[in-house]
Design a protein around this ligand. Structure first.
Ligand code: LLP
Length: 379
């Protein structure tokens, strides 16, 4: 990161290191290819065209959760046959976008949704390919807001609904079941939940076989976590370990394709949020470093108490101090970190918030009539 260039820029801004992105993508690809696994990039993590382009060029598919994400993926050039469309509440209009483009599969979350897709496909005289998103009831042991694979969550079809579903499916003439889909949560750093997922998927996969239902693909979702604590020491997640777990514990039938939907692990560490210190304000117990970036630019700390490494890029002091690093928004939760150790910090210093390439810019808002963020890419 060239400091002189950075100092010329209007803050706050998102900064993406495209070289690191490419390195990460290559590593994921090489390790997935060992087992012939297919990766769909989960667009929800970051939808910038400059980020999507290399992902598409390396041959990844796309995992979308809205009609607009499907359209964005198509615009960038992802092949329709590589686009999965997930989401618990797809509107008719969004389903029609998927149907018109003959996508790889709709990942379906309820009987009601499957019936609507069937109706809409019938009106277009098409056969829609669907995967059933099954709730494996596996605990991802991550933050409760990003845990998705438990029966208490709104996601997926629960095991007690399966008999009913397979009774109904043959009556729906405009859909064909091609796959089973799972996703247990996000920012998962232990491999145990993934191992448990494999065990559950093996059981469900066998159950479908016993019912004489052919399943062409298994989609294991995303969820691989990154090292938010030491992003510079570990910029690339351990894809070798991750895919190795599936290779060891998943028991697909010989003809079955294996798919993943990775978001965060591919893009988080290539992005950072750069901000300037507006004021240092003395509090009762701590000093506040008030930045010109706030929860409107990066909401993860406010809603998940997420940790992001924070660094003062420009201080030349040899002293370190503790600061509560906060934004300018009128909410107490607008805080990027409490008691953050930084080099002695003053007004005008540039602050880097690390690992914001996933679920950073895409989750920004206009609250307080904030302006859109400029974006800078380094090739
Ligand atoms: N597939 C499905 C069905 C998903 O729901 C998600 C993420 C992914 C794949 C990609 O998961 P990843 O590889 O990125 O973990 N805003 C939160 C994360 C929400 C994740 C939602 N689903 C955060 O900032 O931590």
């Amino acid at each position: 990161m060239n400091l002189e260039n950075i100092k010329q820029q209007k803050t706050p801004f998102y900064y993406y290191d495209l070289a690191l992105l490419n390195e990460t993508l290559e590593d994921a690809k090489i390790n997935a290819q060992k087992y012939n696994y297919h990766i769909h990039y989960a667009l929800k993590a970051n939808t910038n065209t400059k980020i999507l382009q290399p992902i598409k060029e390396l041959g990844f598919g796309a995992d979308c959760v809205s009609g607009n994400e499907v359209l964005r993926a198509l615009e960038v050039g992802f092949a329709p046959a590589e686009i999965a469309f997930a989401g618990v509440g797809k509107s008719d209009e969004e389903i029609n976008i998927g149907l018109d483009n003959d996508i790889f599969a709709f990942n379906c979350e309820s009987i009601e949704e499957i019936e609507v897709i069937n109706e809409l496909a019938k009106a277009k005289n098409k056969i829609a390919k669907i995967a059933l998103r099954l709730n494996p009831n596996v605990d991802a042991k991550t933050h409760k807001y990003i845990t998705t694979g438990l029966e208490e969550n709104k996601f997926g079809i629960n095991s007690w609904e399966l008999e009913n579903i397979i009774d109904i499916l043959p009556k729906l003439e405009n859909i064909v079941l091609t796959g089973l889909h799972f996703h247990i949560g996000s920012q998962i750093t232990s491999m145990t939940p993934f191992k448990n997922l494999c065990i559950r998927v093996n059981e469900l996969n066998t159950w479908f076989k016993e019912q004489n239902i052919e399943i062409k693909h298994l989609n294991l979702g995303g969820g691989l976590g990154i090292d938010y604590n030491e992003p510079e020491a570990n910029p690339i997640p351990d894809f070798e370990l991750f895919f190795g777990v599936f290779n060891q514990f998943l028991e697909p039938f010989p003809h079955q394709e294996i798919h993943f939907e990775l978001g965060r692990s591919l893009v988080a560490n290539c992005g950072s949020l750069i901000s300037k210190v507006l004021y240092i304000k003395k509090g009762i117990k701590t000093n506040f470093a008030i930045l010109d970036a706030g929860m409107t630019e990066l909401i993860r700390p406010a809603i998940y108490q997420a940790y992001h490494n924070i660094e003062n890029l420009t201080s030349t002091s040899n002293e370190v101090e503790f600061y509560d690093v906060v934004g300018p928004i009128c909410e107490s939760s607008d805080c990027f970190g409490k008691r953050v150790q930084l080099k002695e910090t003053k007004r005008g210093d540039f602050i880097k918030i690390h690992s914001t390439g996933a679920y950073g810019e895409v989750m920004s808002s206009k609250y307080n009539l904030r302006e859109p963020n400029p974006v800078i890419y380094k090739d």
